[in-house]
Design a protein around this ligand. Structure first.
Ligand code: I3S
Length: 128
């Protein structure tokens, strides 16, 4: 039936507000700067827009550009060890480009969903 969608055909799109910081850039350690960020997973790309005081930052639809994007292909996710952050529910995302991020939310179910989505995306694009 047209109403039954094969889960394999489902486009990987997910969005929400997360706390994010880079911890390395091009393989070099950088100072943390936790930012609340509108986050969009689109295909194998993860896009972040910095939250702007007062208004909600948005990208797409011809509006402001994402603050930064990372390609998940060839990356990895794991739960961050205690020495990486004192915060709870922290995902460590490592990318092939050498940019590593910590991604966090106070809401553990939100973080668990993102962990699964990132992991699925990485494994679905593993052969690319
Ligand atoms: O890994 P660190 O250096 O303990 O990370 C903390 C710092 O980035 C701190 O800012 P200062 O650079 O001004 O010290 C942040 O306020 C903390 O949130 C960082 O640690 P957590 O454990 O929250 O990731």
């Amino acid at each position: 039936s047209a109403y039954v969608q094969d889960p394999a055909d489902k486009p990987s799109e997910k969005c929400g507000i997360l706390n994010v910081t880079k911890i390395t850039e091009n393989g070099k350690k950088v100072r943390k700067n936790w930012t609340s960020s509108w986050t969009v997973l689109q295909g194998s790309t993860l896009l972040f827009a910095k939250g702007q005081g007062g208004g909600t930052s948005w990208f797409g639809g011809g509006q402001s550009k994402p603050e930064f994007t990372v390609d998940l292909k060839g990356g990895s996710v794991e739960w961050a060890s205690k020495d990486k952050s004192s915060k709870k529910h922290v995902i460590e995302l490592k990318t092939r480009q050498g940019t590593d991020l910590l991604i966090q939310s106070e809401n553990d179910s939100i973080v668990n969903d993102w962990f699964k989505a990132l992991q699925d995306t990485i494994s679905n694009h593993a052969s690319e």
